[in-house]
Design a protein. Structure first.
Length: 527
């Protein structure tokens, strides 16, 4: 992104008194007005858990099968709306960008703000990048390719989520200490060599994870996405294994850590209406939620946020009155519909494959239907398996795509009460980032009015924590007037988290200086 001097920007914004005010501010510094640097609040660690495609009914059906979930134990629960600039139904890139940057973008865009369908766009500072600039340890974990939409939005900036080779290069340069998931085939030999030169220990199997000792860890445990829980063997680590290792590595840092963990394949299973696999993936994600809740209970300076980026499949808990769900068969499923389809494509008898792995005895009509779909194509067979088995297992779906309703939002830790009620993904992001920066310090988290903020940012008075807090919670987004133009410290047309850090005096290369919790900032009389 293009960078411009803050002083020059104030003049370009046309707000009177900017130059004189900054000169006065420099004089006030010389007089010793404000000698205390910005200090982070009481939130040392932030763990963001994203259940990709996980709607309310995904949770409900999983509870029917496995009993009460950790997801259902949060005292502070709200709703987060998911719409993007494209409309009421988001994709994971736009939803993830909203959660990572606090700004709405078009579907397919990865942490850039620009016109739909263009490669160009303003790079938006992400929560992971904020943490890096504060000297925190950072990590990304997913069961998808680590370069897939949700992890990618935290550590890269591209106009199209399919630009995974470019995402790889940017992720290597991101500074993240831990990146784990699938997607080995997306990394060229040269990129893997570059990763090693940048200090990453490469991990390819569960045994590598167990023996990992490097300061930086890059786990690529599958050529593409990590296998579904139902299809996984012991050579591949699960989501909880990766999360525990990530936390163990990241918590060594003195300044705390930021970690995003995604249950990414809930979405994939729901796209093909595979109820047994959807439940298994949701349960694996819930195990991570339980771990994070326990960690937060033992570390009172840790904030845990749980959210779904969107719902997938339009799942309904039951397809008739009473108790229609075959919970035992869902719980005892031994393979995903994907594996069953592969077995059939490779010559297995349809009825035998379904009976062996799904424990469902098909009737002649169902067998004939599946055989006819297998003759058409593999994809038609996979879709048909979802239809037939969902009907036999007592659930229903409305689509194989994403849907638009608000989704679940949960929090535990400092500031947890801020996530009650209705929000949008951008609100969740801004509140989370505010807590990461300011914690719950009352004087630092008071909103100031427009006139007061204008006076501060033009240099007529020292900038305080509460001014930056006001910008973060109320003005992040595209420039719309003279005030937001002044807040856009690099002149790129968008007020983002990077501008907030500039107002706080946190330099872009701050992470290289290993800044402690008390970091340098523009001086001020008071917090």
């Amino acid at each position: 992104m293009r960078r411009r001097n803050f002083l020059g920007l104030l003049g370009a914004a046309g707000i009177a008194g900017g130059l004189a005010g900054l000169n006065e501010l420099r004089q006030s510094e010389a007089n010793g007005w404000a000698d205390s640097p910005f200090e982070r609040g009481d939130v040392k660690n932030v763990i963001v858990l994203v259940g990709d495609g996980m709607g309310f009914d995904h949770i409900e059906v999983t509870e029917e099968v496995h009993g009460r979930l950790a997801l259902q134990e949060f005292a502070h629960t709200g709703y987060t709306q998911t719409d993007s600039r494209s409309g009421e139904v988001t994709d994971s890139a736009a939803a993830g960008t909203a959660l990572a940057t606090g700004i709405m973008v078009y579907n397919g865009q990865v942490s850039v703000f620009g016109e739909e369908g263009t490669d160009d766009g303003v790079e938006l500072t992400t929560q992971l990048e904020v943490a890096e600039r504060l000297g925190m340890e950072t990590g990304l974990v997913s069961t998808t390719r680590v370069t897939y939409a949700t992890p990618a939005v935290y550590a890269s900036h591209v106009g199209d989520r399919d630009e995974e080779s470019e995402i790889v290069s940017q992720m290597i340069a991101s500074g993240a200490e831990v990146m784990m998931g699938g997607g080995r085939s997306e990394w060229s030999d040269d990129q893997l060599t570059t990763a090693e030169e940048n200090g990453y220990e490469l991990l390819y199997e569960a045994s590598d994870l167990e023996d990992a000792s490097g300061d930086r860890l890059l786990g690529l445990f599958a050529d593409s996405h990590i296998a579904y829980t139902l299809d996984r063997d012991d050579s591949t680590p699960g989501l909880l294994d990766m999360t525990e290792t990530a936390v163990d590595r990241l918590e060594d840092g003195d300044e705390g850590f930021f970690l995003m963990v995604e249950g990414g394949r809930i979405d994939h299973a729901a796209h093909v209406n595979d109820i047994a696999t959807t439940v298994a993936e949701t349960k694996e994600f819930d195990d991570v939620v339980a771990f994070a809740r326990e960690y937060a209970a033992e570390h009172e300076d840790t904030l845990v946020i749980v959210a779904s980026d969107h719902e997938t499949g339009g799942l309904a808990t039951g397809d008739s009155h009473g108790s229609p769900i075959e919970t035992g068969k869902i719980a005892n499923a031994e393979a995903s519909n994907l594996r069953i389809a592969v077995e059939i494509e490779e010559g297995a008898d349809v009825a035998d494959a379904v009976a062996e792995y799904a424990h469902v005895e098909l009737d002649d009509e169902e067998i004939s239907h599946l055989e006819s779909q297998a003759d058409e194509s593999f994809d038609r067979l996979l879709v048909a398996l979802g239809e037939v088995l969902s009907d036999r297992l007592g659930v229903d779906w409305t689509t194989q795509e994403h849907t638009g309703p608000a989704q679940v939002l949960m929090a535990t830790g400092p500031g947890e009460e801020r996530f009650l009620g209705w929000h949008h993904h951008v609100d969740v992001s801004r509140e989370t980032t505010a807590l990461l920066l300011f914690g719950e310090r009352e004087r630092a988290t008071k909103v100031v009015n427009d006139d007061e903020l204008r006076r501060r940012v033009t240099g007529d008075a020292p900038v305080r924590d509460r001014d930056a807090y006001t910008v973060l919670t109320n003005y992040v987004g595209p420039v719309e007037d003279d005030l937001t133009a002044a807040l856009d410290t690099n002149g790129d047309g968008v007020v983002d988290y990077g501008d907030v850090l500039t107002l706080l005096g946190v330099d872009e290369d701050a992470e290289s200086a290993e800044i402690p919790l008390a970091v340098g900032r523009i001086s001020r009389r008071e917090p």
